[in-house]
Design a binder for this molecule. Structure first.
Ligand SMILES: Nc1ncnc2c1ncn2[C@@H]1O[C@H](COP(=O)(O)O)[C@@H](O)[C@H]1OP(=O)(O)O
Ligand SMILES: [Mg+2]
Ligand SMILES: [Mg+2]
Ligand SMILES: [Mg+2]
Length: 326
């Protein structure tokens, strides 16, 4: 199965959502709303989820969607201002809709896992988005636990990482068995991408989160050194890190459990799209014990701890360094 229709719907939805996010970011200093788990959310996160759930509902009315956000808080009378803002941003990309439509689309993203489901992070890296840094709109289709399609829109990512002041905005797309591509968000031809070659010394660097609470920077540094990476890490928010590995700009992405939250379990929407983009570019993704990420259980990757993403060639060496206590 080629997933042609799914791919077109996912790309168009992600592009519209990315446009909404950039509009929010250029028009205002986005207000950070605190969720019950103390993590931030903004009107752009809600707007992005509404736009993407709307598109999936229109094309695949029976499909399940598991998105990060829900509209419970936005339905509170105290949130009327924010709801009006979300509605107006959604209108700016999809035309005339009501606040009720918006709330219902957001809540379409609260399904349970089934045999076939979409998983959506409307803004992955909200902290990066708030800092005017990296973030991604991440959407993936999973069937029987296998990611079949992934789309990552990274509006703030330089098209050429060596020219950070050059054009920004990259779209990564992967379909199982068909490879991975990237193209500028502004349009143009989709170019096939490939992970870095084993002898590519210039790109022998690793990526990790900006947030110290989302990983273990000290141990990540030590592991990178143990496998021969001498360059210091490139710190980047969001699944843009998967894009960096998939496009050969880094050989490794390390995400080891933070000592502050050792029991944290990663969420499916934080990894599904990135995983297929890297795998289809020739790389490998496992947890820190070498187990594949199990997307068939729940919104949390309950059977996995830590995430290791690599160009493939160095993957076993990284796992060995981890198991020997590095
Ligand atoms: N303790 C944690 N360990 C790993 N990831 C976390 C932790 N807490 C939150 N996250 C998630 O990390 C993602 C961002 O990763 P990065 O720092 O690499 O950009 C967010 O989706 C965030 O979830 P949430 O969306 O709930 O804030
Ligand atoms: Mg996320
Ligand atoms: Mg998010
Ligand atoms: Mg979040």
């Amino acid at each position: 199965m080629s997933y042609e229709q799914e791919k077109q719907v996912a790309i168009e939805a992600a592009l519209a959502a990315a446009k909404l996010c950039e509009k929010v970011r250029t028009e205002r200093v986005p207000e950070s709303i605190e969720k019950s788990d103390k993590s931030p959310v903004t009107v752009a996160d809600f707007g992005s989820q509404a736009v993407i759930c709307r598109a999936i509902a229109a094309a695949f009315p029976n499909d399940l969607v598991i998105g990060e956000e829900n509209a419970a808080e936005l339905r509170q009378p105290t949130m009327a201002n924010q709801l009006a803002q979300v509605t107006s941003y959604v209108q700016s990309v999809v035309g005339d809709v009501t606040s009720d439509d918006v709330l219902n689309w957001i809540d379409r993203g609260n399904s349970e896992i089934g045999e076939r489901y979409w998983t959506l992070d409307p803004i992955d890296g909200t902290k990066g988005f708030l800092r005017q840094d990296q973030y991604a709109v991440a959407l993936a289709l999973v069937e029987l636990g296998e990611v079949k399609l992934g789309v990552l829109a990274c509006p703030a990512l330089p098209v050429d990482l060596d020219r950070p002041d050059g054009e920004k905005g990259v779209l990564f797309v992967a379909v199982r068995g068909e490879g991975a591509t990237m193209m500028p968000l502004s349009g143009g031809e989709a170019q096939p991408i490939r992970v870095t070659a084993a002898d590519d010394v210039a790109n022998m660097r690793f990526v990790e989160s900006v947030e110290s609470g989302h990983g273990d920077h000290g141990r990540q540094d030590a592991i990178a050194k143990a496998v021969g990476i001498t360059a210091s890490s490139l710190r980047m928010d969001s699944q843009a890190k998967y894009g960096a590995v998939a496009s050969g700009r880094a050989a490794l992405y390390l995400r080891l459990p933070s000592p502050k939250t050792p029991d944290y379990r990663e969420k499916i929407w934080d990894h599904a799209a990135g995983t297929i983009v890297v795998e289809e570019a020739g790389g490998r993704v496992t947890d820190m014990y070498g187990k594949p990420l199990n997307f068939s259980l729940s919104a949390k990757l309950v059977e996995n701890q830590g995430v290791i993403v690599s160009s493939g060639a160095i993957h076993d060496t990284v796992l060995a360094a981890l198991s020997s206590g590095g």
